[in-house]
Design a protein around this ligand. Structure first.
Ligand SMILES: O=C(O)C(=O)C[C@]1(C(=O)O)C=C[C@@H](O)C=C1
Length: 443
């Protein structure tokens, strides 16, 4: 097991990662331990909107692409390994690793640099995306311990990847920024539980780019120590999202239990197992049951069989947007001027161009949470200020998307493109009736 410690330039905080984690043990999570109260400054970059953050215009976006196309640096290691991990077909940041930069063929032949039968492929436009930098396996950070749904999502996004458990969402962001990991896969919303707000906030505080999405059906089980019956249970523990996704089913099962929040579903299962708790069950995956030696008391306890969590794939560099497959683009914007109908104007910029929106989310504008409007006669109105996150179905390579954003920039004070990436078009396999809330199977 390889362990490494990373020291920040300021030496004020550090993070420790232990790779190649076997099951049943806890401490191989990547975590950040504060050594002083200045940790937050060490982690967060104060580049929130309103403090000089980059406003992404169409020109900014195009110049980012231009800069990207100028990067044709291929590490020797990648040339040797050929990068044999299998990325999600949607993530071009990893899908095409250049075997060589094509230069003067005749001179390389005369120098005998290229083995016969292994001629390099010509570099193409999609090769200008960054590739994993450390060996053949993509290292993908996720929040939780082995057995968490996020670990499964990482594997679905990047088959054969090395999944790196992190104890917090924030640590997963940092792991990528600090080159401990190549990607992060993090949940942003669930069809029953709604948005995972923390990750929306972190997307803005950090400079990672969304390069893909994975929508994963989440099938919850009620797990307990072998021999425990549901009548013995006084408590159910799990991630708050999982608890809320199973709320009605827990009641329908006749369980008279308290609910307690845990960092992630698999950590809850591990806690029950490690502490020999016979009055406590965990809501987690069947894989967690297997990893931590628990029995499945009830299977498919989510309140609806269509329980899907949407994860985003994050990288240090954006991918080059394309038009040959369905793309989604995520943006965030704010408005700090007096004025009305901001949302109406933004939505109409998309509607007039026939661009469908798939998600809109508002979050408090942390830099300027309240706007005061004084009226000498009636007092002071205190308006809460918001940031708006919006996903729409178009690629930034499309003229209509570029025009929509150019228009939106006219009446917003801050606009950032979080990523333009292939939509998850995985065919929907309707879950079997045994996984629906109508009939959770109880052992
Ligand atoms: O706890 C886990 O297993 C996770 O991966 C986290 C998480 C979440 O954050 O929403 C992911 C998917 C499920 O919706 C429940 C929990």
């Amino acid at each position: 097991m390889a362990a490494f410690t990373l020291t920040y330039p300021s030496n004020r905080c550090s993070s420790t990662a232990i790779a190649a984690a076997p099951p049943f043990r806890r401490p191989h999570q990547l975590n950040v331990r504060p050594r002083s109260s200045s940790l937050i400054h060490c982690i967060y970059r104060p580049d929130l909107p309103g403090s000089g953050a980059l406003g992404y215009s169409r020109a900014d976006w195009l110049s980012t692409c231009a800069i990207l196309s100028g990067k044709v640096a291929v590490s020797k290691q990648q040339q040797e390994t050929g990068g044999n991990c299998t990325p999600n077909p949607g993530d071009e940041t990893a899908s095409k690793l250049p075997s060589a930069v094509n230069g003067d063929r005749s001179s390389s032949e005369s120098l005998d640099l290229v083995p016969i039968g292994n001629l390099p492929k010509p570099l193409s436009i999609s090769d200008f995306s960054p590739a994993p930098m450390h060996g053949s396996h993509l290292r993908v950070a996720y929040q939780g311990v082995p057995g968490a749904y996020s670990e499964a999502a990482a594997g679905r996004a990047y088959p054969n990847c090395e999944a790196i458990p992190c104890d917090q969402f924030e640590v997963a962001f940092q792991a990528v920024e600090l080159w401990i990991a190549d990607r992060a896969v993090l949940p942003v919303e669930n069809s029953l539980g709604g948005s995972i707000h923390r990750n929306y906030d972190l997307l803005l505080r950090h400079r990672l780019h969304i390069v893909g999405e994975v929508q994963m059906p989440v099938h919850h089980c009620l797990l307990a120590l072998p021999g425990v019956r549901k009548e013995y249970l006084a408590r159910v523990i799990s991630h708050p999202q999982a608890l809320s996704q199973c709320e009605h089913t827990l009641t329908a099962l006749g369980l008279n239990v308290t609910r307690e929040a845990f960092d992630d579903t698999a950590a809850a299962a591990e806690y029950v197992a490690n502490n020999g708790l016979r009055d406590t069950a965990a809501i987690a995956s069947a894989r967690a049951a297997e990893l931590y030696g628990l029995q499945i008391l009830a299977d498919g306890i989510q309140d609806d069989s269509g329980n899907v969590t949407r994860f985003v794939m994050l990288a240090r560099e954006p991918i080059i947007p394309r038009t040959d497959r369905p793309f989604k683009t995520s943006i965030v914007f704010a408005h700090d001027r007096e004025g009305t109908s901001l949302l109406f104007k933004v939505l109409s910029a998309f509607a007039f161009r026939d661009i469908s929106l798939t998600k809109i989310e508002s979050r408090p504008h942390r830099n300027r949470p309240i706007r005061l409007v004084d009226d000498a006669n009636v007092g002071t109105a205190k308006h809460f200020e918001y940031l708006f996150y919006l996903d729409f179905e178009a690629s930034m390579a499309e003229k209509r998307a570029q025009n929509a954003l150019a228009e939106i920039q006219e009446f917003t004070s801050f606009l950032r493109v979080l990523g333009s990436y292939p939509m998850d078009m995985t065919p929907w396999n309707a879950p079997s009736s045994s996984s629906s809330s109508a009939s959770p199977s109880l052992d």
